[in-house]
Structures are given as structure tokens and as C-alpha cells.
Design a binder for this molecule. Structure first.
Ligand SMILES: Cc1cc2nc3c(=O)[nH]c(=O)nc-3n(C[C@H](O)[C@H](O)[C@H](O)COP(=O)(O)O)c2cc1C
Length: 169
């Protein structure tokens, strides 16, 4: 099984999280990491498990590079993959669209693929499309306002759970 991490990041926050996830996963299983703005999209097909990350911009929009990716690859279909999601947002300043961008990714990929990595909500906000059934997030959600150490802890727990699932496939 090969794991590919693909991220879109404007100011580097999602990128940093992507690299933290990468460092942990590569200890256990073959894993590579890509900035979605810099790849030939066919690379995605080399991987069995995709870990896809995006921040949210402009009140609920997908991060710009992902947006471009879909714009220029309209006919590109991803199927029969195991997919999980992670994303960054800001629950204080964007409490009505907290991490909505991730839901845009989810909508693109939740058909024809197996989604894993759903996660608990630990944040207070008004609304998020990424909170499914008002219960659990469709992936790892990291808030800007959290302290770095707390984020590391959350990321480590999420990745450990993910690895348990991945290594069982
Ligand atoms: C203009 C602007 C719009 C934003 N819109 C949202 C939003 O709708 N929802 C959200 O959760 N975060 C929003 N954010 C916060 C970013 O998603 C957050 O800062 C994130 O960590 C950026 O990650 P990146 O550097 O990987 O792109 C916005 C930030 C800016 C500056």
C-alpha cells in the first residue's frame, strides 16, 4: 500500500500539518507528499491511499490551488481509493463557515472511494459543512487559534488511529 499526501495551502498552515502527518506516517508505511499546485495530476493514480488537505478561504471556499486543480482537470476521476481528509480553518473569525472548504473536497471524492479518518469535534463554532450530521468531522480539523503543542497532540492521535486502519487494509 502506498500513501500519498496532497495538500493545498496559501500561507503554509495546511502545509505544516501535511508535513507533520507525513513524518509520522512514513515511519510505518511508504508515503510521499505533494503540493497540489506543483504536480501532474496523474501522480495521484500511483497511490492507494490518499490523504487530502485543504484550508478554507473567502467564507467557505476551497483553497485556491485545489480550486485550480479541479478547474484544469475537469475530466479527472478518482475511484477505488482509500481517502481521508484534513484541513485548517479559523473558528473565531469564520465561525459560520468553519473549515467548509474541506466539505468541497469531500463532495468531489466521497463517491466511488472509501472514506476513512472521520474525527471528533473539539471546537466551538456556529456552523460547519464539514461537521457531518452535526456530529463528527469528515476528517482532521485544525484551528488556527489553537496552541502549537495542542495541535501536535491532536495530529498525533488522529494519525495513530489512521495508521491502525490503514495497516489493516
Ligand atoms: C480572507 C480569509 C478568508 C478565510 N475564510 C475562512 C473560512 O471561511 N472558514 C475558515 O474556517 N477559515 C477561513 N480562513 C482562515 C484560513 O483557512 C486559515 O488561516 C488557514 O489556517 C489558512 O491555511 P493555509 O495557510 O494552509 O491556506 C480565512 C482566512 C482569510 C485570510
Amino acid at each position: 500500500m502506498k500513501v500519498g499526501i496532497f495538500f493545498g495551502s496559501s500561507t503554509g498552515n495546511t502545509k505544516n500539518i501535511a508535513f507533520l502527518i507525513y513524518k509520522k506516517i512514513k515511519k510505518y508505511i511508504f508515503c510521499n507528499i505533494f503540493d497540489i499546485s506543483k504536480i501532474d495530476f496523474n501522480i495521484i493514480n500511483d497511490f492507494d491511499i490518499l490523504i487530502l488537505g485543504s484550508s478554507t478561504w473567502y467564507y467557505g471556499k476551497l483553497q485556491y490551488h485545489w480550486y485550480n486543480f479541479f478547474y484544469y482537470n475537469k475530466k479527472f476521476i478518482i475511484k477505488n481509493k482509500i481517502i481521508c481528509f484534513f484541513g485548517c480553518g479559523d473558528k473565531l473569525n469564520y465561525k459560520y463557515t468553519f473549515c467548509d472548504g474541506l466539505f468541497c473536497l469531500y463532495k468531489r471524492f466521497n463517491v466511488n472511494n472509501i472514506i476513512i479518518g472521520y474525527w471528533f469535534n473539539i471546537y466551538k463554532f456556529k456552523n460547519s459543512k464539514s461537521l457531518l450530521f452535526k456530529k463528527y468531522f469528515l476528517g482532521l480539523i485544525i484551528d488556527d487559534n489553537n496552541k502549537y503543542k495542542k495541535n501536535i497532540k491532536i495530529i498525533n492521535i488522529w494519525v495513530s488511529n489512521l495508521l491502525l486502519k490503514i495497516l489493516n487494509y
